[in-house]
Design a protein around this ligand. Structure first.
Ligand code: NAD
Ligand code: MG
Length: 380
């Protein structure tokens, strides 16, 4: 029996994680849940899974949440450090980090420092501070939840690290891959929030539409699998059946495939190195019919260039890119900027920033704060 804590339990990954755990009740006990919104859903989750600890970063709603339960049913943890606090509970074996954005970084560091397993969906932490996170992580201490990285992780098991030629990350291309380029600047949040193959939270859905999600995933892959930029390729694969591939030195290409369902990579991260039965839709290639592939269009989707730049130059660029993108995506969702301006603003902030080659955590957090301030100055 393993004790598990889920950060971001009310989100898309969080709910899928609870679905996995619901089917593996003899393997996992949920000892901690956390979110900063949707208190009624969180209350239902508490009622079902009976965690000892609940981190809820929302002062206005915390009383409502507690009012649902008899006093002492669980310990509530609040405040800005509540994620670090909850993951530090001694009983925890595995932490699933499924919060969105930079808020996940300090918690990820705390999990690793305490020798617990980190099932990582929150790619933003690696994008910001991959060198710090990887320096803290032991072998198999970070298990990827992101579907592409889970696919690479699974495919890598066919060879030795020195035998890897390159990885090929697949991308659905998002809702606008075939959309006329000249019309992109006028697409609104409603259109951008319609992802063709995955049901996800708002931020990652917009990132998928700009291809910024692939940008973040290039950086994530570089750190997780210790790759050079030259070893990372991206291919557009609209059906999202092949989740990514590894090419080995002998020309063999190993791919991991399946119906797009986040429960698969989540469960693999939780049960690794074992596999457990999971009910998924039938995999029927004759029904799917075609698997198609295209080269990514870097002119139409300039975000990808930033991914390669950030992966190549490292330092503070990842933190700057991530922070600027978080603010720009919110500004787009609030109707303040155009779709195409998301990447333009991120580019501008990267160009203006003071680059630090080997940043410590304080430098990273300062770069994050600077980028948020800088982009807000441009926006308002
Ligand atoms: P979501 O928006 O659906 O859920 C985010 C969760 O984090 C919610 O429970 C929310 O309450 C919580 N949260 C947000 N800000 C917080 C804060 N400041 N403090 C505490 N809790 C906070 O997001 P999602 O789609 O589940 O994505 C979560 C992470 O997983 C992201 O990093 C995303 O890139 C990554 N990811 C998601 C998918 C997917 O299919 N959704 C796939 C791969 C990777
Ligand atoms: Mg992904």
């Amino acid at each position: 029996m393993k004790n598990i804590i889920i950060l971001g339990s009310t989100g898309s990954i969080g709910r899928n994680t609870l679905e996995v755990v619901r089917n593996l009740k003899d393997k996992f006990r949920v000892i901690g849940l956390s979110s900063n919104s949707r208190w009624e859903l969180l209350a239902n989750q508490i009622g079902e899974f009976n965690p000892c600890y609940v981190a809820f970063n929302n002062n206005q709603l915390v009383e409502k949440l507690q009012g649902r339960f008899p006093p002492g049913k669980f310990k509530t943890i609040t405040g800005n450090n509540c994620l670090e606090e909850i993951v530090s509970k001694q009983e925890a074996d595995i932490v699933v980090s499924a919060v969105v954005g930079a808020v996940g970084l300090p918690a990820a560091i705390a999990v690793l420092e305490q020798g617990k397993t980190l099932a990582l969906a929150n790619k933003e932490a690696l994008v910001m501070a991959g060198h710090i996170i990887m320096s803290l992580a032991g072998k198999d201490q970070i298990l990827p939840v992101d579907s592409e990285h889970s696919a690479i992780f699974q495919s890598l098991q066919s060879g030795k690290p020195g035998e890897v030629k390159r990885v090929i990350i697949t991308a659905s291309g998002g809702p606008f891959y075939d959309y006329p380029e000249e019309k992109l600047s006028s697409v609104g949040p409603e259109q951008a929030l319609k992802h063709p193959t995955w049901q996800m939270g708002q931020k990652i859905t917009i990132d998928s539409a700009t291809l910024m999600n692939k940008t973040l995933e290039i950086i994530e892959a570089k750190w997780l699998f210790d790759l050079t930029v030259e070893q990372i390729d991206v291919v557009i694969h609209p059906q999202s059946i092949i989740h990514s591939m590894v090419e080995f030195c002998d020309g063999s290409v190993i791919a991991q495939m399946g119906i797009p369902d986040m429960k698969v990579p989540i469960q693999y991260a939780l049960t690794y190195p074992e596999r457990k039965a999971l009910k998924v839709k039938p995999f029927d290639l004759s029904f799917i019919g075609n698997l198609t592939f295209k080269k990514p269009d870097m002119e139409k989707f300039p975000a990808l260039k930033l991914g390669y730049q950030a992966a190549r130059e490292g330092g503070t660029i990842g933190a700057i890119l991530n922070a600027a993108n978080e603010v720009a995506v919110q500004a787009f969702l609030n109707g303040k900027i155009r779709f195409t301006e998301i990447v333009t603003y991120v580019e501008k902030v990267i160009q203006n920033h003071h680059f630090i080659k080997n940043p410590c955590l304080e430098d990273i957090l300062a770069a994050d704060a600077w980028a948020r301030e800088e982009i807000r100055k441009c926006l308002f």
